[in-house]
Design a protein around this ligand. Structure first.
Ligand SMILES: Cc1cc2nc3c(=O)[nH]c(=O)nc-3n(C[C@H](O)[C@H](O)[C@H](O)COP(=O)(O)OP(=O)(O)OC[C@H]3O[C@@H](n4cnc5c(N)ncnc54)[C@H](O)[C@@H]3O)c2cc1C
Length: 358
């Protein structure tokens, strides 16, 4: 069987690896117009989160609550499958996958967050929702911060530059093929390569590739800092996040996530339908990031970031699209529209694609 996968981000690579494991005799080719650092995937935070993620509300605003419930349930089946796969990578060299504690601080007492707490408690390692202890451990004055509660658990945090490399090598070492190509349509890919199956993992590119106007960009970005003190010890050992808060600059949230052995990602924001990714360090969005995260890390006020990144999350209002499509006279399976959770959902969605091909 000849399989053509469009897209070399986390979705395309993970799907390729899953398919090769299930169909070892298949010939799998990934074709894409961006690789490695040029993909959105390397801009991911990349924190594993129970769904909906911190910045996930754009996906579901205005939808029927039953539909939202269905989307969340399905996404969490995928998220949990990925959690287990990432656990298998714990401690392996060069994967970029680090297991650490994340602390979530609640800005409001909502049914959504209470539900998350209930579901997470039975699913993840090291779950804790003793708010008082969490505030104390992290030296946060609850009154001054205005937070109404907190919970915490152990989760994968991924250095995406290393991880994308690791996925790429794993795929190539298993006999996979990767080429540069750029498609205007699925039809064009079908005519050029005549594969038995096409898997669409084109992320936001699917908007044009399959004319899906539901797929919209939600801009995000972060600053990268050194995370070692003078003794070579990590300055920040755990991740700290808040739920999203809207203000005139869009949705903002605290997002402090250790990256790899010695770096720290500090974010974040979510701006729907804003595609300008060319932001200087002086931009108000970055100033806001420093201001809001300084509540936790006062040293940020004077620290110099190593770099900064801005990217477009591939949101899809009706939720992630993983399904067969019979429109093209060749079997096509879509796997795109993961919004701010493409890493979190990657293994679960890849497994779903694999089972759809059976
Ligand atoms: C600031 C920020 C923070 C984030 N934080 C997190 C996080 O903490 N946790 C998390 O799980 N997720 C996070 N995400 C989301 C995550 O990055 C995305 O959901 C994920 O990268 C989507 O992966 P993908 O492989 O589907 O798409 P991409 O990485 O965008 O890859 C798409 C691929 O398709 C190819 N392609 C597209 N169109 C065409 C075409 N026409 N022809 C040929 N090739 C094409 C591209 O070249 C590319 O190779 C974050 C995103 C951003 C921007």
């Amino acid at each position: 069987m000849e399989i053509l996968i469009i897209g070399a981000g986390v979705s395309g690579l993970t799907t390729a690896i899953s398919l090769k494991e299930k169909y070892p005799d298949s010939q799998i080719c990934i074709a894409a117009d961006k690789f490695g650092e040029d993909t959105t995937s390397t801009i991911a935070g990349a924190l594993w989160e129970w769904q909906p993620a911190v910045c996930g509300f754009y996906e579901t605003t205005g939808l029927d609550p039953f539909l939202i419930e269905g989307i969340n349930k399905r996404d969490n089946t995928w998220a949990f499958a990925s959690y287990n796969e990432f656990y298998k990578l714990k401690g392996l060299l060069n994967t970029g996958v680090f297991w650490r504690r994340v602390n979530f601080y609640l800005t409001e007492d909502t049914a959504l967050e209470n539900n998350k707490i209930k579901e997470l408690a039975t699913k993840v390692f090291g779950f804790d929702n003793d708010s008082e202890q969490i505030f104390k451990r992290n030296k946060i004055c609850q009154k001054a911060s205005g937070f109404v509660g907190a919970y915490s658990y152990l989760t994968p945090m991924i250095d995406m530059s290393l991880y994308i490399n690791w996925l790429t090598n794993k795929f190539l070492n298993n006999g996979g093929n990767i080429i540069w190509d750029s498609f205007e349509s699925i039809q064009q890919a079908k005519e050029k390569y005549a594969p038995d199956v096409i898997i669409n993992c084109a992320g936001l590119g699917s908007r044009d590739l399959v004319d899906d106007t539901q797929c919209i960009p939600v801009k995000g970005g972060w600053l990268l800092y050194d995370n070692l003190n003078q003794e070579g010890q990590p300055l920040v050992k755990e991740a700290h996040c808040t739920t999203i808060q809207e203000n005139k600059e869009g949705g903002n949230f605290i997002f402090t996530v250790p990256r790899g052995a010695d770096k720290l990602v500090v974010g974040g924001f979510a701006l729907a339908n804003d595609t300008d990714t060319d932001l200087s360090l002086e931009h108000a969005l970055f100033k806001r990031i420093i201001e809001q995260n300084s509540q936790f890390l006062p040293w940020l006020q004077d620290a110099k970031p190593i770099s900064h990144r801005v990217g477009l999350r591939p949101f899809r209002k009706q939720g992630v699209r993983v399904e067969k499509d019979d429109m093209f006279h060749v079997p096509v399976i879509h796997n795109y529209g993961h919004g701010g959770s493409g890493v979190t959902l990657s293994w679960g969605c890849a497994m779903e694609v694999t089972s759809l091909l059976a």
